[in-house]
Design a protein around this ligand. Structure first.
Ligand SMILES: [Zn+2]
Length: 198
């Protein structure tokens, strides 16, 4: 029988993606056994992130500084912009280390079914970024799902009046595939072989 504090910790961990009550209990036991090597570093890391967590005003990434580390990095090519649905997609593409530009997170995808309209997503801020100039290529890296592709078509329409190259990730992404679940090699290949929006 665990105390209410330990029970609360277990329940909080069980709400994390990929963890259920059983793995949460195992994690709590592990944390308690490894107080100095696991629990205390975790506490410090959680508290540091918890205090500083912000959404980047420029790109929508989640980080501990605004602008985020990617937007603030002068080695990034500002002429190259990659549009993704979610922060998890940005992180997946960034892990592939093949995209030297910056990102724009929409915060979702257009969906008639879920009632997600253009004004619910970061589309006006994307158009404003492109309108401000200095961008040569926009890569539409929405997911290879029906809604992801509908979103890409809509974005292509909104961006066609600007003098930029519009590309999308190469086919070969599995249909229905979500970027976050792809291995880095597949993602890198799709990025390398990106093609103009037709
Ligand atoms: Zn940013």
């Amino acid at each position: 029988m665990a105390s209410s504090e330990i029970e609360a910790l277990t329940q909080a961990l069980a709400r994390l993606p990929g963890l259920g009550p059983r793995s949460a209990r195992r994690a709590v036991l592990h944390l308690m056994k490894k107080r100095e090597t696991i629990l205390e570093p975790l506490l410090r890391a959680l508290s540091a992130v918890g205090e500083k967590l912000v959404v980047c005003a420029a790109c929508g990434n989640v980080d501990t500084a605004d602008p985020c580390a990617i937007c603030a990095d002068p080695r990034r090519d500002g002429r190259l912009l990659c549009v993704v649905e979610e922060v998890s997609d940005l992180w997946a593409l960034d892990r592939s280390r093949l995209f030297p530009g910056r990102f724009h997170v929409l915060g979702g995808r257009l969906s008639a079914l879920d009632g997600v309209r253009p004004e619910d997503l970061g589309i006006d801020t994307l158009v404003a970024r492109v309108a401000a100039g200095g961008i040569d290529e926009v890569v539409l890296a929405t997911n290879a799902t029906l809604e992801g592709q509908t979103t890409a078509h809509y974005l292509a329409e909104r961006l066609e009046r600007f003098p930029i190259r519009l590309t999308q990730l190469a086919h070969g992404l599995p249909v229905g595939g979500e970027l976050d679940y792809l291995d880095e090699g597949t993602l890198a290949q799709a990025l390398r072989a990106r093609r103009p929006v037709s």
